[in-house]
Design a protein around this ligand. Structure first.
Ligand SMILES: [Mg+2]
Length: 240
């Protein structure tokens, strides 16, 4: 509640200066839980190949998201499934599907995200969805899920920014967007689940409130700066 009031104060200050009050949200692991996407892909593989890999199907069928690790191979080894050729095949199957519009519709919003984005949007903030997803493969599903879940999207007072190609590095890409953001408004808050990216926002936008979502992130991440705020989801920032 306190932080929510602080966000409102900051957005009103930006608007009083005739600047857009930009709120930057990462998608995967931040306003969306994409582990459900991985779970769906694993379930699909397990069911399609149950005859060849009966142990895999038995294990995957009772799997909650909580046992998913960042890498498919680590998840499978953690379940006692060690067949290297099978692991390679499952990884390839996952890779061919995970970064596509067809599968991202299995994602669900992080608790509290829809309410927070809408509350601040109605107060005049401009949500900027800035994601490492790539437009050629993932734009359609991204728009579909944002619309389905009730996030403001597609209007003059929102931004949806995806990578122009899959191969681009997420950090280099997000850094390249910063100067465009600075030109059109004041970044009042930013949210990301990757510690390195949260740190990057902290350094580039010292006036902003920067939040790190403690959901899941790539292994071997750099340490989070102490002046980045940690949250598990958006419920703590809920509007009154
Ligand atoms: Mg992310």
């Amino acid at each position: 509640m306190e932080i929510y009031t602080e966000l409102i104060d900051r957005l009103e200050r930006a608007r009083a200066r005739d600047r857009e009050a930009l709120l930057v949200f990462d998608l995967d692991g931040t306003i969306y839980n994409n582990e459900l996407r991985t779970l769906r892909i694993l379930l699909e593989f397990a069911h399609l190949h149950a005859k060849r890999f009966p142990d895999l199907q038995r294990q995957i069928d009772k799997l909650p998201c909580a046992v998913l690790q960042y890498k498919i191979a680590d998840t499978l080894r953690g379940l006692g499934l060690a067949d290297a050729e099978m692991i390679d095949e499952v990884e390839q199957f996952w890779f061919d599907r995970f970064f596509t519009s067809e599968y991202e519709i299995h994602d669900l919003p992080t608790p509290g995200a829809v309410d927070l984005v809408n509350a601040l949007y109605q107060r005049g903030a401009v949500p900027v969805y800035l994601t490492g997803r790539d437009a050629p493969n993932m734009l359609l599903g991204t728009v579909q899920t944002l619309l389905r879940d009730g996030f403001p999207v597609g209007t003059v007072d929102t931004r949806l920014i995806l990578k122009d190609r899959f191969e681009r590095d997420d950090t280099e890409f997000k850094r390249s967007v910063f100067e465009h953001l600075e030109r059109c408004g004041d970044v009042i808050a930013a949210f990301d689940n990757e510690p390195g990216l949260a740190n990057l926002f902290r350094e580039r936008f010292p006036e902003a409130l920067v939040f790190w979502l403690d959901t899941h992130h790539a292994p071997d991440a750099e340490p989070l700066r102490p002046d980045v705020l940690r949250i598990e989801n958006f419920l703590a920032l809920s509007p009154p």
